[in-house]
Design a protein around this ligand. Sequence first.
Ligand SMILES: Cc1cc2nc3c(=O)[nH]c(=O)nc-3n(C[C@H](O)[C@H](O)[C@H](O)COP(=O)(O)OP(=O)(O)OC[C@H]3O[C@@H](n4cnc5c(N)ncnc54)[C@H](O)[C@@H]3O)c2cc1C
Ligand code: SF4
Length: 483
Amino acid sequence: MASQKMLGFVHTAQKMPDKRTAEERRQDFAEIYARFTNERANEQANRCSQCGVPFCQVHCPVSNNIPDWLKLTAEGRLEEAYEVSQSTNNFPEICGRICPQDRLCEGNCVIEQSTHGAVTIGSVEKYINDTAWEQGWVKPRTPVRELGLSVGIVGAGPAGLAAAEEMRAKGYEVHVYDRHDRMGGLLVYGIPGFKLEKDVVGRRVQLLADAGVVFHPNFEVGRDAELSELRKRHVAVLIATGVYKARDIKAPGCGLKNIVPALDYLITSNKVSLGDTVEAYESGSLNADGKKVVVLGGGDTAMDCVRTAIRQGATSVKCLYRRDRKNMPGSQREVAHAEEEGVEFVWQAAPEGFTGDDVVTGVRAVRIHLGVADATGRQTPQVIEGSAFTEEADLVIKALGFEPEDLPGAFGSPDLTVTRWGTLLVDHRTKMTSLDGVFAAGDIVRGASLVVWAIRDGRDAADAMHAYAQFETERVALAVAAE
Ligand SMILES: Cc1cc2nc3c(=O)[nH]c(=O)nc-3n(C[C@H](O)[C@H](O)[C@H](O)COP(=O)(O)OP(=O)(O)OC[C@H]3O[C@@H](n4cnc5c(N)ncnc54)[C@H](O)[C@@H]3O)c2cc1C
Ligand code: SF4
Protein backbone atom coordinates (compact mmCIF):
# COMPACT_ATOMS: atom_id res chain seq x y z
CA MET A 1 0.00 0.00 0.00
CA ALA A 2 1.22 3.46 -0.87
CA SER A 3 0.30 4.88 2.53
CA GLN A 4 2.37 2.24 4.37
CA LYS A 5 5.38 3.03 2.21
CA MET A 6 4.87 6.64 3.03
CA LEU A 7 4.71 5.96 6.76
CA GLY A 8 7.75 3.70 6.47
CA PHE A 9 9.71 6.55 4.94
CA VAL A 10 8.85 8.95 7.76
CA HIS A 11 9.62 6.34 10.42
CA THR A 12 13.06 5.50 9.04
CA ALA A 13 13.89 9.14 8.53
CA GLN A 14 13.15 9.88 12.17
CA LYS A 15 15.50 7.16 13.43
CA MET A 16 18.49 7.64 11.16
CA PRO A 17 20.98 10.50 11.15
CA ASP A 18 20.19 12.67 8.16
CA LYS A 19 22.98 14.47 6.34
CA ARG A 20 20.72 16.12 3.78
CA THR A 21 20.25 19.90 3.71
CA ALA A 22 16.80 21.30 4.45
CA GLU A 23 16.34 21.98 0.71
CA GLU A 24 17.31 18.39 -0.19
CA ARG A 25 14.87 17.09 2.41
CA ARG A 26 12.11 19.26 0.95
CA GLN A 27 12.87 18.06 -2.56
CA ASP A 28 12.98 14.40 -1.51
CA PHE A 29 9.68 14.76 0.30
CA ALA A 30 8.09 16.46 -2.74
CA GLU A 31 9.21 13.56 -4.92
CA ILE A 32 7.96 10.89 -2.52
CA TYR A 33 4.71 12.74 -2.01
CA ALA A 34 4.18 13.03 -5.78
CA ARG A 35 4.73 9.27 -6.06
CA PHE A 36 2.36 8.69 -3.16
CA THR A 37 -0.46 10.81 -4.64
CA ASN A 38 0.16 9.20 -8.02
CA GLU A 39 -0.19 5.73 -6.51
CA ARG A 40 -3.25 6.76 -4.53
CA ALA A 41 -4.95 8.12 -7.69
CA ASN A 42 -3.99 4.95 -9.48
CA GLU A 43 -5.32 2.79 -6.71
CA GLN A 44 -8.66 4.62 -6.78
CA ALA A 45 -8.85 4.61 -10.58
CA ASN A 46 -8.28 0.84 -10.49
CA ARG A 47 -11.25 0.40 -8.17
CA CYS A 48 -13.67 1.57 -10.90
CA SER A 49 -15.45 -1.57 -12.04
CA GLN A 50 -16.20 -0.05 -15.49
CA CYS A 51 -19.73 -1.14 -14.65
CA GLY A 52 -21.23 -0.08 -17.98
CA VAL A 53 -24.04 1.85 -16.26
CA PRO A 54 -22.19 5.07 -15.49
CA PHE A 55 -24.55 6.59 -12.90
CA CYS A 56 -21.58 8.71 -11.81
CA GLN A 57 -21.53 10.36 -15.26
CA VAL A 58 -25.31 10.77 -15.33
CA HIS A 59 -25.21 12.55 -11.97
CA CYS A 60 -22.29 14.80 -12.91
CA PRO A 61 -23.82 18.12 -14.10
CA VAL A 62 -21.21 18.48 -16.87
CA SER A 63 -21.52 14.78 -17.86
CA ASN A 64 -17.85 14.06 -17.32
CA ASN A 65 -16.67 10.84 -19.00
CA ILE A 66 -15.63 9.54 -15.60
CA PRO A 67 -15.20 5.81 -16.41
CA ASP A 68 -12.99 6.74 -19.40
CA TRP A 69 -10.62 8.98 -17.50
CA LEU A 70 -10.49 6.57 -14.57
CA LYS A 71 -9.48 3.79 -16.96
CA LEU A 72 -6.81 5.94 -18.60
CA THR A 73 -5.47 6.93 -15.15
CA ALA A 74 -5.36 3.28 -14.06
CA GLU A 75 -3.34 2.55 -17.23
CA GLY A 76 -0.95 5.43 -16.47
CA ARG A 77 -2.07 7.37 -19.57
CA LEU A 78 -2.44 10.65 -17.69
CA GLU A 79 -2.16 13.08 -20.57
CA GLU A 80 -5.00 11.32 -22.37
CA ALA A 81 -6.99 11.24 -19.13
CA TYR A 82 -6.48 15.00 -18.93
CA GLU A 83 -7.65 15.49 -22.54
CA VAL A 84 -10.86 13.58 -21.82
CA SER A 85 -11.42 15.33 -18.50
CA GLN A 86 -11.00 18.88 -19.83
CA SER A 87 -13.21 18.23 -22.85
CA THR A 88 -16.39 18.49 -20.75
CA ASN A 89 -15.33 20.78 -17.92
CA ASN A 90 -13.64 24.19 -18.03
CA PHE A 91 -12.40 24.02 -14.42
CA PRO A 92 -11.99 20.31 -13.58
CA GLU A 93 -9.37 20.74 -10.85
CA ILE A 94 -11.71 23.24 -9.16
CA CYS A 95 -14.69 20.84 -9.28
CA GLY A 96 -12.45 18.02 -8.06
CA ARG A 97 -11.79 20.17 -4.97
CA ILE A 98 -15.18 21.64 -4.16
CA CYS A 99 -18.04 19.70 -5.74
CA PRO A 100 -20.23 18.03 -3.12
CA GLN A 101 -19.32 14.65 -4.65
CA ASP A 102 -21.33 12.76 -2.02
CA ARG A 103 -24.48 14.25 -3.59
CA LEU A 104 -23.29 13.96 -7.22
CA CYS A 105 -20.88 11.55 -8.92
CA GLU A 106 -19.55 9.63 -5.90
CA GLY A 107 -22.96 9.33 -4.26
CA ASN A 108 -24.10 7.42 -7.37
CA CYS A 109 -21.06 5.19 -7.87
CA VAL A 110 -22.25 1.56 -8.04
CA ILE A 111 -19.46 0.53 -5.67
CA GLU A 112 -20.90 3.01 -3.15
CA GLN A 113 -24.35 1.49 -3.72
CA SER A 114 -22.90 -1.94 -2.93
CA THR A 115 -21.59 -0.50 0.39
CA HIS A 116 -17.89 -0.79 -0.51
CA GLY A 117 -17.24 2.97 -0.54
CA ALA A 118 -17.28 5.07 -3.71
CA VAL A 119 -14.27 5.55 -5.95
CA THR A 120 -12.97 8.97 -4.86
CA ILE A 121 -13.75 10.48 -8.25
CA GLY A 122 -13.22 14.11 -7.23
CA SER A 123 -9.72 13.54 -5.90
CA VAL A 124 -8.71 11.65 -9.08
CA GLU A 125 -10.10 14.52 -11.19
CA LYS A 126 -8.05 16.97 -9.12
CA TYR A 127 -4.96 14.79 -9.44
CA ILE A 128 -5.20 14.41 -13.23
CA ASN A 129 -5.65 18.12 -13.81
CA ASP A 130 -3.12 19.35 -11.23
CA THR A 131 -0.63 17.05 -12.96
CA ALA A 132 -1.61 18.58 -16.32
CA TRP A 133 -0.80 22.05 -14.95
CA GLU A 134 2.53 20.85 -13.53
CA GLN A 135 3.46 19.16 -16.80
CA GLY A 136 2.51 22.20 -18.93
CA TRP A 137 -0.25 20.37 -20.81
CA VAL A 138 -2.81 23.08 -20.05
CA LYS A 139 -2.72 25.65 -22.86
CA PRO A 140 -4.83 28.75 -23.60
CA ARG A 141 -7.63 27.93 -26.05
CA THR A 142 -6.97 30.46 -28.76
CA PRO A 143 -9.26 30.34 -31.79
CA VAL A 144 -8.31 28.94 -35.18
CA ARG A 145 -9.79 32.05 -36.79
CA GLU A 146 -11.21 35.35 -35.52
CA LEU A 147 -14.88 35.93 -36.32
CA GLY A 148 -14.72 39.72 -36.03
CA LEU A 149 -17.64 39.77 -33.57
CA SER A 150 -17.61 40.62 -29.89
CA VAL A 151 -19.65 39.40 -26.93
CA GLY A 152 -20.05 40.93 -23.48
CA ILE A 153 -20.23 38.89 -20.29
CA VAL A 154 -21.41 40.48 -17.05
CA GLY A 155 -20.01 38.60 -14.06
CA ALA A 156 -16.71 36.72 -13.76
CA GLY A 157 -17.88 33.79 -11.64
CA PRO A 158 -17.68 30.21 -12.92
CA ALA A 159 -20.69 30.69 -15.26
CA GLY A 160 -19.24 33.83 -16.87
CA LEU A 161 -15.69 32.45 -17.08
CA ALA A 162 -16.78 29.12 -18.59
CA ALA A 163 -18.81 31.00 -21.21
CA ALA A 164 -15.86 33.34 -21.84
CA GLU A 165 -13.49 30.45 -22.53
CA GLU A 166 -15.94 28.73 -24.85
CA MET A 167 -16.76 31.91 -26.80
CA ARG A 168 -13.10 32.87 -27.15
CA ALA A 169 -12.27 29.39 -28.48
CA LYS A 170 -15.03 29.81 -31.08
CA GLY A 171 -13.36 33.01 -32.32
CA TYR A 172 -15.19 35.86 -30.58
CA GLU A 173 -13.62 38.92 -29.01
CA VAL A 174 -14.76 38.43 -25.40
CA HIS A 175 -15.18 41.21 -22.83
CA VAL A 176 -15.88 40.24 -19.21
CA TYR A 177 -17.18 42.96 -16.86
CA ASP A 178 -17.09 42.48 -13.08
CA ARG A 179 -17.72 44.85 -10.20
CA HIS A 180 -14.98 43.26 -8.09
CA ASP A 181 -11.27 44.01 -8.37
CA ARG A 182 -10.46 40.31 -8.96
CA MET A 183 -12.04 37.84 -11.36
CA GLY A 184 -13.55 34.55 -10.15
CA GLY A 185 -16.82 35.54 -8.41
CA LEU A 186 -17.51 33.30 -5.42
CA LEU A 187 -14.54 31.11 -6.38
CA VAL A 188 -12.28 33.91 -5.21
CA TYR A 189 -14.39 35.86 -2.70
CA GLY A 190 -16.91 33.31 -1.33
CA ILE A 191 -15.33 29.87 -0.99
CA PRO A 192 -12.50 29.96 1.59
CA GLY A 193 -8.89 29.26 0.65
CA PHE A 194 -8.69 26.11 2.80
CA LYS A 195 -11.24 24.51 0.41
CA LEU A 196 -10.05 26.13 -2.82
CA GLU A 197 -6.59 27.69 -3.02
CA LYS A 198 -6.73 31.11 -4.63
CA ASP A 199 -3.75 30.50 -6.94
CA VAL A 200 -5.72 27.60 -8.48
CA VAL A 201 -8.39 30.14 -9.49
CA GLY A 202 -5.80 32.77 -10.43
CA ARG A 203 -3.99 30.52 -12.92
CA ARG A 204 -7.32 29.81 -14.69
CA VAL A 205 -8.09 33.54 -14.96
CA GLN A 206 -4.58 34.11 -16.34
CA LEU A 207 -5.11 31.31 -18.88
CA LEU A 208 -8.22 33.08 -20.18
CA ALA A 209 -6.32 36.38 -20.37
CA ASP A 210 -3.58 34.54 -22.31
CA ALA A 211 -6.25 33.26 -24.71
CA GLY A 212 -7.22 36.89 -25.36
CA VAL A 213 -10.25 37.37 -23.09
CA VAL A 214 -10.42 41.05 -22.06
CA PHE A 215 -11.26 41.63 -18.39
CA HIS A 216 -12.84 44.84 -17.09
CA PRO A 217 -12.48 44.77 -13.28
CA ASN A 218 -14.26 47.32 -11.03
CA PHE A 219 -16.91 47.71 -13.71
CA GLU A 220 -20.42 47.56 -12.29
CA VAL A 221 -23.21 47.25 -14.80
CA GLY A 222 -25.94 49.63 -13.67
CA ARG A 223 -23.34 52.10 -12.35
CA ASP A 224 -20.64 52.29 -15.04
CA ALA A 225 -22.91 51.39 -17.97
CA GLU A 226 -26.50 50.35 -18.43
CA LEU A 227 -27.27 46.97 -19.92
CA SER A 228 -28.61 48.63 -23.08
CA GLU A 229 -25.21 50.29 -23.67
CA LEU A 230 -23.43 46.93 -23.44
CA ARG A 231 -26.00 45.43 -25.77
CA LYS A 232 -25.10 48.06 -28.38
CA ARG A 233 -21.39 47.26 -28.02
CA HIS A 234 -21.74 43.48 -28.48
CA VAL A 235 -23.52 41.06 -30.79
CA ALA A 236 -24.77 39.23 -27.67
CA VAL A 237 -24.54 39.75 -23.91
CA LEU A 238 -24.53 37.17 -21.11
CA ILE A 239 -25.70 38.03 -17.60
CA ALA A 240 -23.96 35.80 -15.03
CA THR A 241 -24.14 37.99 -11.94
CA GLY A 242 -24.96 35.40 -9.27
CA VAL A 243 -27.21 36.03 -6.25
CA TYR A 244 -25.98 38.39 -3.57
CA LYS A 245 -28.86 39.84 -1.53
CA ALA A 246 -28.39 38.26 1.91
CA ARG A 247 -31.54 37.01 3.69
CA ASP A 248 -31.77 38.94 6.93
CA ILE A 249 -33.24 38.46 10.37
CA LYS A 250 -35.54 41.09 11.87
CA ALA A 251 -35.47 40.61 15.63
CA PRO A 252 -34.88 42.78 18.72
CA GLY A 253 -31.24 43.87 18.86
CA CYS A 254 -30.52 42.98 15.23
CA GLY A 255 -28.87 46.40 14.72
CA LEU A 256 -26.16 45.82 17.36
CA LYS A 257 -22.51 46.00 16.32
CA ASN A 258 -20.69 42.74 15.44
CA ILE A 259 -23.77 41.11 13.89
CA VAL A 260 -22.54 40.68 10.32
CA PRO A 261 -23.62 39.12 7.00
CA ALA A 262 -21.76 35.93 6.05
CA LEU A 263 -20.47 37.20 2.73
CA ASP A 264 -18.98 40.39 4.24
CA TYR A 265 -17.14 38.15 6.67
CA LEU A 266 -15.93 35.68 4.00
CA ILE A 267 -14.98 38.35 1.44
CA THR A 268 -12.88 40.09 4.11
CA SER A 269 -11.20 36.86 5.13
CA ASN A 270 -10.43 36.01 1.48
CA LYS A 271 -9.08 39.50 0.79
CA VAL A 272 -6.82 39.30 3.83
CA SER A 273 -5.54 35.89 2.71
CA LEU A 274 -4.78 37.44 -0.68
CA GLY A 275 -2.60 40.06 1.03
CA ASP A 276 -5.05 43.01 1.11
CA THR A 277 -5.41 45.25 4.13
CA VAL A 278 -9.05 45.45 5.18
CA GLU A 279 -9.97 48.03 7.81
CA ALA A 280 -12.88 45.98 9.23
CA TYR A 281 -10.52 43.05 9.78
CA GLU A 282 -7.86 45.20 11.44
CA SER A 283 -10.46 46.83 13.72
CA GLY A 284 -11.82 43.40 14.69
CA SER A 285 -15.41 43.83 13.48
CA LEU A 286 -14.90 41.18 10.75
CA ASN A 287 -12.29 39.11 12.54
CA ALA A 288 -13.08 36.17 14.84
CA ASP A 289 -9.73 36.15 16.64
CA GLY A 290 -10.25 35.79 20.39
CA LYS A 291 -14.06 35.95 20.06
CA LYS A 292 -17.00 33.75 20.94
CA VAL A 293 -18.62 33.26 17.56
CA VAL A 294 -22.18 32.19 16.81
CA VAL A 295 -23.13 31.42 13.21
CA LEU A 296 -26.82 31.37 12.26
CA GLY A 297 -27.80 28.96 9.45
CA GLY A 298 -27.20 25.42 8.28
CA GLY A 299 -26.05 25.63 4.67
CA ASP A 300 -22.60 25.38 3.11
CA THR A 301 -22.01 29.11 3.62
CA ALA A 302 -22.57 28.62 7.36
CA MET A 303 -20.04 25.76 7.30
CA ASP A 304 -17.49 27.99 5.56
CA CYS A 305 -18.03 30.66 8.22
CA VAL A 306 -17.62 28.33 11.20
CA ARG A 307 -14.49 26.76 9.74
CA THR A 308 -13.01 30.18 8.88
CA ALA A 309 -13.71 31.41 12.43
CA ILE A 310 -11.85 28.40 13.88
CA ARG A 311 -8.86 29.22 11.68
CA GLN A 312 -8.91 32.87 12.71
CA GLY A 313 -8.51 31.85 16.36
CA ALA A 314 -12.04 32.16 17.79
CA THR A 315 -12.26 31.01 21.42
CA SER A 316 -15.51 29.14 20.68
CA VAL A 317 -17.62 28.60 17.57
CA LYS A 318 -21.25 27.53 17.68
CA CYS A 319 -23.65 26.97 14.83
CA LEU A 320 -27.37 27.47 15.49
CA TYR A 321 -29.73 25.68 13.12
CA ARG A 322 -33.47 25.31 13.52
CA ARG A 323 -33.76 21.78 12.13
CA ASP A 324 -31.78 18.64 12.94
CA ARG A 325 -28.63 17.24 11.44
CA LYS A 326 -30.27 15.06 8.79
CA ASN A 327 -32.39 17.99 7.55
CA MET A 328 -29.48 20.37 7.08
CA PRO A 329 -29.15 21.82 3.58
CA GLY A 330 -25.34 21.78 3.87
CA SER A 331 -23.16 18.83 2.91
CA GLN A 332 -22.83 16.20 5.67
CA ARG A 333 -19.15 15.97 4.81
CA GLU A 334 -18.73 19.67 5.66
CA VAL A 335 -20.54 19.20 8.98
CA ALA A 336 -18.23 16.32 9.85
CA HIS A 337 -15.16 18.45 9.01
CA ALA A 338 -16.49 21.30 11.13
CA GLU A 339 -17.12 19.01 14.09
CA GLU A 340 -13.63 17.53 13.82
CA GLU A 341 -12.25 21.06 13.93
CA GLY A 342 -14.09 21.87 17.17
CA VAL A 343 -17.33 23.54 16.04
CA GLU A 344 -20.32 22.91 18.31
CA PHE A 345 -23.68 22.47 16.59
CA VAL A 346 -26.77 23.59 18.43
CA TRP A 347 -29.49 21.71 16.54
CA GLN A 348 -33.17 22.62 16.61
CA ALA A 349 -32.57 26.11 17.90
CA ALA A 350 -33.88 29.34 16.37
CA PRO A 351 -32.70 32.89 17.14
CA GLU A 352 -35.31 35.28 18.55
CA GLY A 353 -33.21 38.32 19.37
CA PHE A 354 -29.83 39.63 20.43
CA THR A 355 -28.52 40.97 23.74
CA GLY A 356 -26.05 43.80 24.28
CA ASP A 357 -26.03 47.62 24.58
CA ASP A 358 -23.90 48.76 21.69
CA VAL A 359 -22.04 45.60 20.70
CA VAL A 360 -23.71 42.15 20.68
CA THR A 361 -23.11 39.98 23.77
CA GLY A 362 -25.45 37.07 23.07
CA VAL A 363 -28.06 35.40 20.90
CA ARG A 364 -31.45 34.74 22.50
CA ALA A 365 -32.86 31.53 21.07
CA VAL A 366 -35.63 28.99 21.56
CA ARG A 367 -35.68 25.22 21.17
CA ILE A 368 -37.56 23.76 18.22
CA HIS A 369 -39.65 20.63 17.90
CA LEU A 370 -39.95 19.21 14.37
CA GLY A 371 -43.63 18.56 13.74
CA VAL A 372 -45.50 16.81 10.94
CA ALA A 373 -44.25 17.09 7.37
CA ASP A 374 -45.66 19.91 5.24
CA ALA A 375 -46.55 19.82 1.51
CA THR A 376 -42.82 19.86 0.62
CA GLY A 377 -42.24 16.79 2.80
CA ARG A 378 -40.15 18.67 5.38
CA GLN A 379 -41.13 18.62 9.05
CA THR A 380 -42.52 21.96 10.25
CA PRO A 381 -40.43 23.61 12.98
CA GLN A 382 -42.48 24.42 16.11
CA VAL A 383 -41.25 26.49 19.05
CA ILE A 384 -41.14 24.61 22.38
CA GLU A 385 -42.83 26.80 25.01
CA GLY A 386 -40.56 27.98 27.85
CA SER A 387 -37.39 26.78 26.13
CA ALA A 388 -35.68 30.19 25.74
CA PHE A 389 -31.93 30.30 26.32
CA THR A 390 -29.02 32.64 25.51
CA GLU A 391 -25.77 31.75 23.74
CA GLU A 392 -22.95 34.16 24.58
CA ALA A 393 -21.43 35.83 21.52
CA ASP A 394 -18.97 38.62 20.63
CA LEU A 395 -19.50 38.05 16.90
CA VAL A 396 -22.67 36.80 15.21
CA ILE A 397 -22.51 35.78 11.56
CA LYS A 398 -25.78 35.58 9.62
CA ALA A 399 -25.63 32.82 7.00
CA LEU A 400 -29.32 32.56 6.16
CA GLY A 401 -29.08 32.27 2.38
CA PHE A 402 -29.07 34.56 -0.63
CA GLU A 403 -31.61 36.02 -3.03
CA PRO A 404 -31.19 37.82 -6.35
CA GLU A 405 -30.77 41.58 -6.43
CA ASP A 406 -33.30 43.65 -8.37
CA LEU A 407 -31.57 43.36 -11.75
CA PRO A 408 -34.19 45.07 -13.97
CA GLY A 409 -34.00 48.11 -11.62
CA ALA A 410 -30.21 48.06 -11.23
CA PHE A 411 -29.54 47.58 -14.96
CA GLY A 412 -32.08 50.22 -16.08
CA SER A 413 -33.88 47.47 -18.01
CA PRO A 414 -37.51 47.24 -16.83
CA ASP A 415 -38.25 44.81 -19.68
CA LEU A 416 -35.88 42.23 -18.27
CA THR A 417 -38.36 39.68 -16.92
CA VAL A 418 -37.78 37.94 -13.60
CA THR A 419 -39.48 34.97 -11.92
CA ARG A 420 -41.41 35.31 -8.67
CA TRP A 421 -38.17 34.54 -6.83
CA GLY A 422 -36.39 37.43 -8.60
CA THR A 423 -34.16 35.13 -10.69
CA LEU A 424 -33.92 35.90 -14.41
CA LEU A 425 -36.52 34.20 -16.55
CA VAL A 426 -34.90 32.45 -19.52
CA ASP A 427 -36.15 30.23 -22.29
CA HIS A 428 -34.52 27.01 -21.11
CA ARG A 429 -33.94 25.81 -24.66
CA THR A 430 -32.00 28.92 -25.71
CA LYS A 431 -30.88 30.51 -22.39
CA MET A 432 -32.16 33.83 -23.78
CA THR A 433 -33.83 36.27 -21.39
CA SER A 434 -36.86 38.38 -22.33
CA LEU A 435 -34.44 40.77 -24.10
CA ASP A 436 -33.32 39.89 -27.61
CA GLY A 437 -29.65 38.87 -27.67
CA VAL A 438 -29.32 38.94 -23.87
CA PHE A 439 -28.65 35.52 -22.30
CA ALA A 440 -28.29 34.43 -18.68
CA ALA A 441 -26.53 31.63 -16.79
CA GLY A 442 -25.57 30.41 -13.33
CA ASP A 443 -27.04 31.33 -9.96
CA ILE A 444 -28.92 34.32 -11.36
CA VAL A 445 -31.09 31.82 -13.25
CA ARG A 446 -31.10 28.84 -10.85
CA GLY A 447 -30.93 30.64 -7.50
CA ALA A 448 -28.02 29.79 -5.16
CA SER A 449 -26.60 26.54 -6.53
CA LEU A 450 -23.23 24.95 -7.26
CA VAL A 451 -20.07 25.81 -9.16
CA VAL A 452 -20.40 22.79 -11.44
CA TRP A 453 -23.95 23.80 -12.43
CA ALA A 454 -22.72 27.34 -13.17
CA ILE A 455 -20.04 25.85 -15.46
CA ARG A 456 -22.62 23.73 -17.24
CA ASP A 457 -24.90 26.76 -17.71
CA GLY A 458 -22.03 28.90 -18.98
CA ARG A 459 -21.13 26.26 -21.57
CA ASP A 460 -24.75 25.87 -22.69
CA ALA A 461 -25.19 29.65 -22.89
CA ALA A 462 -22.03 29.92 -25.03
CA ASP A 463 -23.45 27.42 -27.53
CA ALA A 464 -26.71 29.37 -27.70
CA MET A 465 -24.96 32.74 -28.05
CA HIS A 466 -22.80 31.38 -30.84
CA ALA A 467 -25.85 30.11 -32.73
CA TYR A 468 -27.61 33.46 -32.17
CA ALA A 469 -24.60 35.45 -33.43
CA GLN A 470 -24.34 33.25 -36.54
CA PHE A 471 -28.06 33.68 -37.32
CA GLU A 472 -27.81 37.43 -36.76
CA THR A 473 -24.78 37.76 -39.02
CA GLU A 474 -26.55 35.81 -41.74
CA ARG A 475 -29.74 37.84 -41.33
CA VAL A 476 -27.83 41.14 -41.60
CA ALA A 477 -25.86 39.88 -44.64
CA LEU A 478 -29.09 38.84 -46.40
CA ALA A 479 -30.73 42.18 -45.59
CA VAL A 480 -27.73 44.09 -46.97
CA ALA A 481 -27.72 41.92 -50.13
CA ALA A 482 -31.43 42.55 -50.61
CA GLU A 483 -31.01 46.36 -50.49
C1 LIG B 1 -19.70 30.97 0.87
C2 LIG B 1 -20.05 30.10 -0.28
C3 LIG B 1 -19.46 28.86 -0.39
C4 LIG B 1 -19.78 28.04 -1.46
N1 LIG B 1 -19.16 26.82 -1.54
C5 LIG B 1 -19.43 26.04 -2.60
C6 LIG B 1 -18.77 24.79 -2.74
O1 LIG B 1 -17.99 24.39 -1.89
N2 LIG B 1 -19.04 24.05 -3.86
C7 LIG B 1 -19.89 24.48 -4.82
O2 LIG B 1 -20.07 23.79 -5.84
N3 LIG B 1 -20.54 25.66 -4.71
C8 LIG B 1 -20.32 26.45 -3.62
N4 LIG B 1 -20.97 27.64 -3.50
C9 LIG B 1 -21.89 28.06 -4.57
C10 LIG B 1 -21.13 28.60 -5.79
O3 LIG B 1 -20.09 29.43 -5.36
C11 LIG B 1 -22.07 29.34 -6.74
O4 LIG B 1 -23.14 28.48 -7.07
C12 LIG B 1 -21.34 29.75 -8.02
O5 LIG B 1 -20.22 30.54 -7.73
C13 LIG B 1 -22.29 30.52 -8.94
O6 LIG B 1 -21.58 30.99 -10.04
P1 LIG B 1 -22.04 32.26 -10.88
O7 LIG B 1 -21.03 32.42 -11.94
O8 LIG B 1 -23.46 32.11 -11.26
O9 LIG B 1 -22.01 33.49 -9.86
P2 LIG B 1 -20.88 34.10 -8.92
O10 LIG B 1 -19.80 33.15 -8.62
O11 LIG B 1 -21.63 34.67 -7.78
O12 LIG B 1 -20.25 35.28 -9.78
C14 LIG B 1 -21.02 36.40 -10.13
C15 LIG B 1 -20.10 37.55 -10.47
O13 LIG B 1 -20.90 38.63 -10.98
C16 LIG B 1 -20.39 39.85 -10.49
N5 LIG B 1 -21.45 40.86 -10.54
C17 LIG B 1 -22.63 40.86 -9.87
N6 LIG B 1 -23.35 41.95 -10.21
C18 LIG B 1 -22.60 42.65 -11.11
C19 LIG B 1 -22.80 43.87 -11.82
N7 LIG B 1 -23.91 44.60 -11.67
N8 LIG B 1 -21.83 44.30 -12.66
C20 LIG B 1 -20.68 43.58 -12.80
N9 LIG B 1 -20.45 42.42 -12.15
C21 LIG B 1 -21.40 41.96 -11.32
C22 LIG B 1 -19.95 39.51 -9.07
O14 LIG B 1 -18.97 40.44 -8.61
C23 LIG B 1 -19.37 38.11 -9.25
O15 LIG B 1 -17.99 38.16 -9.52
C24 LIG B 1 -20.70 28.47 -2.44
C25 LIG B 1 -21.32 29.72 -2.31
C26 LIG B 1 -21.01 30.52 -1.22
C27 LIG B 1 -21.70 31.84 -1.07
S1 SF4 C 1 -17.41 17.79 -11.94
FE1 SF4 C 1 -18.12 17.38 -9.83
S2 SF4 C 1 -19.80 15.94 -10.07
FE2 SF4 C 1 -18.65 15.92 -12.01
S3 SF4 C 1 -17.10 14.26 -11.79
FE3 SF4 C 1 -16.13 16.14 -11.11
S4 SF4 C 1 -16.44 16.18 -8.89
FE4 SF4 C 1 -17.93 14.71 -9.72
